[in-house]
Structures are given as C-alpha cells and as structure tokens.
Design a protein around this ligand. Structure first.
Ligand code: UDX
Length: 450
C-alpha cells in the first residue's frame, strides 16, 4: 500500500553514469516509500528513463555536450559537465524553489559526491544539501589522503613489495596503486580536495552500504567529514537496480538461464565504464571456452577498444563459445545474479556489482579495472574471502583456472559457503530492526527536521 505523503519534496541530482544513477534511483524509491515526493534533475546525456519511474518527476537540464563528442574518458567528461551544468542547474533549482508550494515544501537536495558546484548553489538558495556517495565508505575515506599516498614514493612498486599493504589504506596492496591513480596523477588533487570540502560543508553523507560490511569505516567517515552519516543499503532485493538501466537489456538471458542446471553458469560482466584491449578480450574468450563451463557474457558495445562489438572473435572461436555460452550486449544484471542457474560472477568489482553479487550470494572472480574497484576486490578476496582475485592477469590459462576452481573444486565450495554467511548477515541489515533499516528511519527524520 502507498505510504502517506509527508508534504515534503526531495530533489535528487545523479551523475550521468550507470553506476551512479542506479543507487540514486534506489534512494529515490526508499525516500518515496517513506512519504517524500521526489524530483530528479538530470542531464540530457545518459538521461534516466522517466517512463520507468512514474512516481517521480523528472526535469532535464542542458549539459553542453554535443551528440558526436566521445564520452569514453570519464574523468574528462565529469570535469566538463561540472562546468557546463552549473548554470542550468542553478536556474532549474531556483525555479523549483519559487514554485514550491506551502503544501509541499522542497526540503533538501541530495546529489552525487562527484558534483562539485552543487554545495555552493544550494547554499546560495538556502537549501540544505546531502551527499550520496556511490563508493564503499572505506574508499571515500581515503579521498583526503590520496594525494599524500601518491607522493609517498610507493610507485613504481618493486616485486618484493608488490603484495605489501599500503599502510595508510589497508587492505589495498602497493601493486594496486598504479591502477587507483591511472594516468591522472596530480591532476586528481583539486578534484579530490573539492569533493572533500563540499562534503564537509553538507548536511549529511549517505552510503549505499551497511554496518555489516564496514562498521569501522562508517565511524571513520563520521570523524573525517564531520557530518551525520547514513548507511542505508543494500536495498537491491526491494528496489531492483535493473529498473534504471540506461541500455536495452537482453531479456533472452532469463529463458536461456532457465535451461541451465543450478549454479552451473558463470556470469561475466565488466560494468558500464571499463574497457579492455582486443588481446585481453580474446584471452577472456579462450579462457571461458577452455574452462568448459557454461557462461553468460556481457560484452558492452564499444568496450573492446577498436571494435564495435565482438567482431575480433574468429568464426571458429564463436562456434566453440556458443557450445556452452551466450554473449549479450547488456543484461538485466540483478535478475541474472538472482537466477538459480548462476554459480559465479567474473566482475570488475564496481561497488554496485559487488553489492548485487553479495545480495544474491554469488561468489566472485575479481578483475578490477581501476579506481575504487581495486579496493572493493581486495575486500572480496582478502577480507571477506568470497572471491578469487585474478591479480590483473588477463590470460586464458589464469581465467580457465579461476573459473574451474570457483565452479568445480573444493576451494570454490568453501568460498560459496562463506558467501552464504555474508549474504545472510547483509540481508539482516535491511530487515526490520537491522542497521540499514534503522539508518533509513534516522535519515528520514533528519530530512524532516532540516
Ligand atoms: C562505476 C564504478 O566502478 C563504481 O564502483 C561506482 O560505484 C560507480 O561508477 P560501473 O563501472 O558501471 O560503476 O560498475 P557498477 O558499480 O558495478 O555499476 C554497474 C551497474 O550496471 C550495476 O548496477 C549493474 O547491475 C548494472 N548492469 C551492468 C546491468 O544492469 N547490466 C549489465 O549488463 C551490466
């Protein structure tokens, strides 16, 4: 039954990336179920599908990006829209506040930690702002110290030190650092600084996470950012991430999975941003084929550098892949992970994918591409021990070995058992009386009092 509206409207403003839109729409659903009316302001680029969410109001603003412009470099894209969207966003928000009725007051703005101008805009309009962080809290806590870690002289890493923990950032290993920073180096520093400053000036910080996964990090986040912290996830089993998909999902995955045995299929997907080289793509293809396991493989068009889709595969390789597997352009990931036929997930460990895998109790093979994924994968393999880390070896033999180990061997069974325990723990957090359930109550009250 529809919960009674409380006379307050919350404005949400996601970053236009799939991994940021999904948790924002989940937050919208959570707040709506708590009686808040929802308006989502969004850019034209990667606009969420309004028709999938009839309960919310959607308002599009200009982002100044041209149709033909390449959007592959996420950092440049974010830098550019952070400049282009400021003025349209200010105008849109001002208008919303002017139109705001006595009977339905706009109570606050909640936007992604990656927007750099929103705190100033909200302050200038006397509107409280809360921040949604789409990363694990442990990663976000490192934002203030990342510039220092970069200059500590850990890079380049020698073989003897590669597996050492980064003292300021456990359980990250020194060999992970180069992929955390990518090619950006010191260019990241002003961005990190701005994110930290604007978060510290906000009225609260929300994580799609829970105490069961990172109680200590949530306490530390409170000490670092000095604002109220709300860990309100993972609510995937209540509000599916697939409902906010930007791409067309290949629904034939589900009947195909229906013809497979229980826990016999490995699902392979590297999310919405990671790209790989043609050589890496072919190594994964041969690894999967040689493993003789059934697989469902998402190859996002354009994600293999220099190729449109899967044309680098020879006809012979396609034939051998088709014996045991299915390749699609985009899948209804959450439904796939929840399917009884899925036994493992070869993933880039984006925070959404990692959470979705935990929620469905699916053990992982970790192939992180960069940034927060490096840390998420360490938690999966080294702390929670619910996955096998490929350690960046995109080689057919390594992939075949890891897939067989997870799907067929004793070690895989032990990993599966540990994942079951973790899933049960995390599930408790969103049930009545659980940590995330209570945090949602606290967040709703916090917004009511703003
Ligand atoms: C990126 C970062 O990697 C992530 O850590 C950060 O939190 C947000 O930005 P992305 O690389 O896209 O996100 O990965 P991920 O966080 O896993 O999000 C991908 C989303 O797309 C998931 O919710 C997943 O369910 C969905 N998805 C993916 C599909 O619906 N279908 C697919 O075929 C693949």
């Amino acid at each position: 039954m529809e919960e009674k509206r409380n006379g307050l409207r919350v404005i949400l403003f996601p970053l236009p990336l799939q991994g940021c839109i999904n948790p924002m729409i989940q937050l919208a659903n959570i707040l709506h179920s708590r009686g808040f009316s929802i308006t989502v302001i969004h850019t034209r680029f990667n606009a969420p599908k309004a028709s999938s969410h009839p309960l919310f109001t959607f308002l599009q603003i200009s982002d100044g990006l041209s149709e033909t412009q390449t959007k592959d470099d996420v950092m440049s894209l974010l830098a550019q829209i952070n400049i282009n969207a400021e003025s349209p966003f200010r105008d849109c928000l001002r208008e919303l506040l002017l139109e705001s009725k006595e009977s339905e007051r706009v109570s606050c703005l909640i936007d992604d930690c990656g927007w750099l101008f929103t705190q100033t805009v909200a302050e200038s309009l006397n509107l409280p702002r809360l921040v949604l962080c789409t990363f694990k809290a442990t990663f976000f806590n490192a934002y203030p110290s990342l510039p220092l870690i970069r200059t500590k002289g850990y890079l380049p890493v020698s073989d003897s030190e590669a597996e050492d923990s980064v003292p300021e950032f456990p359980p990250l290993q020194k060999r992970d650092l180069s992929k955390v920073f990518g090619e950006f180096g010191e260019k990241l520093d002003p961005f990190l600084h701005a994110v930290v400053e604007t978060t510290m000036s906000s009225s609260g910080l929300i994580f799609m996470s829970c105490e069961e996964l990172e109680k200590d990090s949530l306490t530390i986040a409170n000490e670092i950012f000095e604002v109220p912290i709300f860990a309100i996830g993972p609510f995937h089993s209540y509000f599916s991430a697939s409902s906010s998909s930007l791409f067309t999902q290949d629904e034939t995955c589900i009947p195909w999975l229906g013809n497979q045995k229980d826990k016999s299929v490995i699902y392979v997907s590297l999310g919405s941003v990671v790209n790989i080289t043609e050589t890496e793509f072919l190594e994964i293809a041969c690894g999967l084929s040689n493993s003789k396991q059934s697989f469902l493989w998402v190859v996002r068009p354009g994600s293999v550098l220099g190729a449109k889709w899967i044309e680098p595969l020879s006809e012979g390789l396609v034939r051998s892949l088709e014996e045991k597997g299915k390749i699609v352009k985009w899948a209804p990931q959450q439904e796939v992970l929840a399917h009884r036929a899925i036994g493992g997930f070869l993933t880039h460990n984006g925070w959404n994918s990692t959470l979705e895998s935990i929620c469905e109790g699916v053990p992982m093979i970790c192939l992180p591409g960069g940034w927060d994924q490096m840390l998420n994968s360490r938690f999966v393999s080294d702390i929670w021990k619910v996955g096998i880390h490929l350690e960046g070896r995109i080689e057919q033999k390594e992939i075949e070995k890891a897939v067989r180990m997870l799907m067929e061997e004793n070690e895989g069974e032990k990993i599966r058992e540990r994942m079951k325990v973790l899933k049960d723990e995390v599930e408790k957090s969103v049930k009545l009386g659980g940590s995330s359930f209570q945090s949602i109550e606290t967040l709703a009250n916090h917004i009511l009092l703003l």
